[in-house]
Write a protein that binds this ligand. Sequence first.
Ligand SMILES: Cc1cc2nc3c(=O)[nH]c(=O)nc-3n(C[C@H](O)[C@H](O)[C@H](O)COP(=O)(O)OP(=O)(O)OC[C@H]3O[C@@H](n4cnc5c(N)ncnc54)[C@H](O)[C@@H]3O)c2cc1C
Ligand code: SF4
Length: 329
Amino acid sequence: MRPFSYVRAGDTGTAIALVAEHPDGVFLAGGTTEVDLMRQDVLRPGLLVDINDLPLDLIEDLPDGGLRIGALARMSDVARAPGVIDRFPLISQALVLGASAQLRNMASMGGNLCQRVRCSYFRDPASPCNKRDPGSGCAALNGFHRGHAILGVSDKCIATHPSDVAVALTALDAVVHTRGPGGERAIGIDDFFLLPGDTPQLEHPLEHGELITAIEVPGAPVARRSVYLKFRDRQSYEFALASVAAAVQTEQGTVAQVRLALGGIATKPWRARHAEAALLGQSATAASFAQAAARELAAAAPRPMNAFKVELAQRAIVRALSTLTDGER
Ligand SMILES: Cc1cc2nc3c(=O)[nH]c(=O)nc-3n(C[C@H](O)[C@H](O)[C@H](O)COP(=O)(O)OP(=O)(O)OC[C@H]3O[C@@H](n4cnc5c(N)ncnc54)[C@H](O)[C@@H]3O)c2cc1C
Ligand code: SF4
């Protein structure tokens, strides 16, 4: 590990100013991503600004039935908040299926959205990686890419976005609230995560020194009947090979409302808009679920080792929707 400075900020303005003024300054929340990557010499911040004393850990119910989740709320606290369990079970399930109990107690919601990819080449400073070292190449393209993305890929990067809860939040049209040197902003979650394109080193639109303060989830009665399913190589302490966040409301056997997002298969949490459009007004049957899933995966660009994800993702969608509508068919 290289030498660095550490300061614990007492208020939000000071935290933002400290990072903004230091070219190598970063925020430190739970540290479960940041410190890991510093130990591996992948990240080399000159200044860590600890934000854990800032008053950003509330989980509040909003008048429209939505939620406001402070950026420093811990994953475990959000997962067991009554308003989350009752009105947004997919958020709670996505959190509980992520990481381990100890990590969830440390890890913050803001840090979760900003966590870095799990691509082993990104985490190995000796390998070419456009995300870590722009222009150096992508070792995964012709390397070991079994866990990599099949949607949203570019010829510069195929790393999957690792977060589970971001998938649930994407299905729910969450909004990321920030405060930075230029003031406050609200960024729709779909715009918060960037596709790799030619600039895989840019993962979100945050400016240097811009702090996530909260995540707002608009009220969504459809989410009361929702699920997060995660498929992985082992049943705990493992990232998704494919995951689905789904919410559905049917009327007389027909899909009246649906929210669908995918994880583990795309370079950003993937809102399955093609599948949603294909499902609306259709009967809630396994056949129409399979058709919608195929439509979403039509744009998949698999590589030799991850081609299995095309079928896995389609089956995952069918399983999630069938789970939610089983009693009615
Ligand atoms: C072994 C292991 C297994 C894991 N498994 C899973 C899993 O299955 N599913 C899953 O979703 N996640 C998983 N994770 C990732 C874990 O959820 C993240 O590491 C964690 O959520 C990051 O939160 P943190 O508070 O520790 O962030 P930190 O490590 O403190 O910060 C992470 C990044 O976010 C930035 N940051 C932090 N807070 C803010 C803020 N408020 N505004 C702006 N920038 C900020 C930091 O500067 C840093 O760049 C796993 C992690 C580990 C180590
Ligand atoms: S997939 Fe992305 S993160 Fe992995 S080596 Fe290629 S550029 Fe780096």
